[in-house]
Each structure stands twice: as C-alpha cells, then as structure tokens.
Design a protein around this ligand. Structure first.
Ligand code: FE
Ligand code: FE
Length: 289
C-alpha cells in the first residue's frame, strides 16, 4: 500500500500545542499540592504571578484545542480510526529513525522556545535510567510519544493526535479537563453513549473500553503487536494521557483486577513524563552511540 506523508503539516504548531497541553497538566498537578501549602512565604507569590500569566495564555490555546477535540472525538470517528489503523500501512522505520523524523520536523522551529520531542523522549528515558528503574521502563520512556508521528500519516488534525484521552461510548466524566466543552459532541446527548455506562458494563476491563484516538492509543496498538514489552509498559503507553482516570479517579467502575495493577504502573510513569522537562537537556548525538 502506498505511503503518503503530509508534508504540509506544521510540526512546530503541533509541538507548541503539545507543550501547552503539558504545561496545563503540570499546573493542575501543582495546584493540588499548592492548596495544602496556602500559607507559603510571600516572596514566592511574586514568582507565581509571572508564571500564571504564561499559564493563562497556554490555557487559552489549550481550551480552544480541547473544544475541537471534545466536539470531534465520537464513537463513529473512533471506529473509523481503528479500522483505518488495521488496514493502512503507514511507514516502517526503526525506533531511532522515528525519533529523528520527529526531531527533523522540530528543527525548523525556534530552538529557544521549548524542548523538541526527541529531547523530551531522551529526558524521560534518562530520568528513568538515573532512578535505576528496569530497562523495559527506560525503553518505554524513550518511545512513549512516538505515536505523534501519526500527525504526518493521515491524522485529521491535532485533535486526533495530542491532548488528554478519555473513553467514548459513555458519558463524559466531569474530571476530564474542560469538561464543559463536550456540549457540542454529537454523542453527548445520545440515548446510549450519553448514559453513565453507555456501551460498557461495570468491571468490563479497560481493554474493552474505547479511548479517544490519539498518539497513545495508536502507539499502544503498534507496540502491543510488534514488541515483547510487558503489560505494564503497554499500560504506561496507552494510558499516559488518561488524566481523568490516573489522576482524577474517574471511570474506576470499568476496571478489572488487571487494571488496578496497571494503574500503579501508570502512576509510577507519570512524573517522568510530566516533570522531566525541567532537567538538563541530554545530547541526542552522545546518547545515540
Ligand atoms: Fe504523550
Ligand atoms: Fe510525553
């Protein structure tokens, strides 16, 4: 099957949005901690104000992104995306080639604005390695965002590549970021998809729950079929953007025993994804050899 790359896609725009989404997730996580430290010293408050303006800007762009994502991630779209995945060959490349492809696209951008995707992947893997975690987890850190290549191979936009993920086919939980923007999703008031459990049953297991299509779900399906990574690694990849579940406690009713073990693994992985961006930038060339 012919492979077509969408050359007109703006890698920098994807990169920038992806960074803003991360920034908002970091802010949400920090807010949880800050609440328990309301009486913190005053000089810190000055610093926070500056940061907050940046976050407000990020939040604005991120909210517009989620408005589109929340409107378009329907059951129908997700069934089509999975069908396309099964019957389309996109490209074949090694892990390092995939990372370099992501990085080539980012090279066109201003290097001062943010880390590139390859740097984020290397930082995550390096942080996991420095903490003495298993080699399979280091590899998971290295590849966890490679599904973003989907953007250049037939994605409809950014809304079906990046951002937090959530189940489709049942009511959208209030713990999903910018929950109010689901109003215009055709499934919102659907007679089945709009109900609490929708097409699922309690305890059915998250393997049977359809998560919104994006880089997590895409890479999960690739890795599940083409690697020997353990179940914990597959869960880290599939659920790393499922914040309403792993950080918000939503959708617990669908979990089975296996998912409870996987939740621990996903939670253990999350800090390496969310907070490794503030570490020193690793040298891709030095780490390649
Ligand atoms: Fe990601
Ligand atoms: Fe990431």
């Amino acid at each position: 099957m012919a492979i077509s790359i969408q050359e007109d896609r703006d890698g920098q725009a994807l990169e920038s949005l992806s960074d803003n989404i991360d920034a908002v997730n970091v802010l949400k996580d920090q807010l949880k901690k800050e609440r328990s430290m309301l009486e913190a010293s005053k000089f810190d408050a000055e610093k926070d104000k500056t940061q907050f303006r940046q976050y407000e800007e990020a939040c604005d762009r991120v909210k517009n992104f989620y408005r589109e994502q929340h409107e378009k991630q329907t059951v129908a779209y997700n069934l089509k995306a999975r069908n396309d995945f099964q019957f389309k060959t996109r490209a074949e490349m090694t892990i390092w080639e995939a990372m370099e492809k992501l990085n080539t696209l980012i090279d066109e951008s201003d290097p001062d604005t943010s880390l590139s995707q390859i740097e984020h992947l290397l930082q995550s893997a390096e942080a996991i390695r420095r903490d003495g975690k298993p080699r399979w987890m280091q590899l998971t850190g290295l590849i966890h965002d490679l599904g973003k290549l989907l953007f250049f191979y037939g994605a409809e936009g950014q809304w079906d590549v990046v951002g937090d993920t959530f189940p489709v086919g049942c009511a959208f939980d209030k713990h999903i970021i910018y929950h109010d923007t689901f109003q215009n999703n055709p499934d919102h008031d659907h007679e089945i998809y709009g109900t609490k459990n929708g097409i699922y049953t309690s305890g059915c297991g998250l393997d049977n729950v359809m998560l919104s299509w994006g880089h997590d779900e895409y890479l999960y399906h690739v890795v599940k079929d083409q690697s020997t990574l353990p179940n914990e690694a597959l869960a880290m990849i599939r659920y790393h953007s499922f914040y309403s579940w792993h950080s918000g406690g939503a959708y617990m009713r669908f979990m089975n025993e296996h998912d409870h073990k996987m939740l621990d693994a996903v939670k253990a992985f999350n800090p390496y994804d969310l907070y490794s961006k503030s570490d020193d930038i690793p040298s891709a060339e030095a780490l390649k050899v």
